[in-house]
Design a protein around this ligand. Sequence first.
Ligand SMILES: Nc1ncnc2c1ncn2[C@@H]1O[C@H](COP(=O)(O)OP(=O)(O)O)[C@@H](O)[C@H]1O
Ligand SMILES: [Mg+2]
Length: 317
Amino acid sequence: MKQYDVIAIGELNVDLILNGIERDIEIGKEIFAKDMLLTLGSSTAIFAANTSSLGAKVGFVGMIGKDSFGQLVKDSLISKGVSTDFIIETDKYATGVTVGMNYGEERAMVTHQGPMDVMTFDDIDLSVFESTKHIHISSVFFQAGLKNDLVKILKYATEKGITTSLDVQWDPSEEWDFDYKAILPWVTVFIPNETEITLLTHSKTLEEAIEKVKPLINICAIKQGNKGSLLLQKDGTTHFLNSFLNSEVVDAIGAGDSFNSGFIFQFTKGGNPKECQYFGNLMGAINTTSAGGTGAFSSKMNIEKVCKEKFGQNIKL
Ligand SMILES: Nc1ncnc2c1ncn2[C@@H]1O[C@H](COP(=O)(O)OP(=O)(O)O)[C@@H](O)[C@H]1O
Ligand SMILES: [Mg+2]
C-alpha cells in the first residue's frame, strides 16, 4: 500500500488579485483598486486541492521561500487536505507571486517565479517515488529547472513502477521550446489543451498536432474548452466527448486543472480511459459553476450535489 495516490510536482505561488481598479495603470502614477484578494495561486495547486477534495490522498512537491507567503501556501494546501511534507523551503528566494489586475473580463498579470524556476530533480526527496502510485507534473514553462530534468524524472518514476501525467500549460515566452518527441513516450497520460498541443508541436492545425503526437503517446486527452475533450490512445483510436453544458458559467479559471483532477482521480482508481475522460469533462464543468479554481470543490457532498442538480449526473465519491 502506497501512502499517496497522487503526488503533484509543480509551481507554488500566491495570487494577489486587484479588482475594481479605477482606470488603466500608468507608469509613474498611483491609482486605487476597490477590492483585493490574497490567496493560494498556481495551477498545479488547484489540481492538487481538487484531487484531494474528490477523495484521493495527495501530496505536493514544489519550492517556496521561508517567508509569510510561503506559510500562506502551506496553510492553504493543508486546509485542502494536501500534504506539504515534500515541499522544499529555501532562504535563497522569496516565494513566487502573481499580481493580477482585473479589468472586467480582461486581466493583466505579472508573475515573480521565485524558487519555482530553480527546482530540479536533485531537490526532490527520492522517497516521493516510493510513496505514491502516480506523479502529476504541470506548468513546465514556469519551471526551467524542472523542464530540463523532465525525462530524468519521468524515467525514474517509470523504473519505480509509477504512472505519470503531464499538463505543460501555457508558455509565457511563447517559444514552445519543448522536446516532445523525447518526453511524451515517458508520459502515461498527456493532458494539454488544444492551443497548447498545436503550438507545442509547431503545427498549423490541431489535426497536424494529433498526427505528430500519435506515435509517441500512451493516453492523451486534449481539452477543448466549452466544446469538451478529445481522447487519443496508443492504438490510434480517438473519442470525442461533448462538454456538460453549463448555461450559467461563473468563470472558467482552473477548468483545465479540474479536468486533470477528474481524469487522474479516476485513473488512479483503475478507471479505463473513457471513464477518466467522462470524469474529466464533468469536473471541468463543475469548476465553471463557482468563482475561481476550487470554489465548487468544497466537499464531496457539494461535488455530488452539483453533478446531479446542474448536470443530471449521479456520481458516488
Ligand atoms: N464553459 C464550459 N462549460 C462546460 N464545461 C467546460 C467549460 N469550459 C471548460 N469545460 C470543461 O473543462 C475542460 C477543460 O477546460 P479548458 O478550458 O479546455 O482547459 P484549460 O483551462 O487547460 O485551457 C474542457 O475539456 C471541458 O470538458
Ligand atoms: Mg490548462
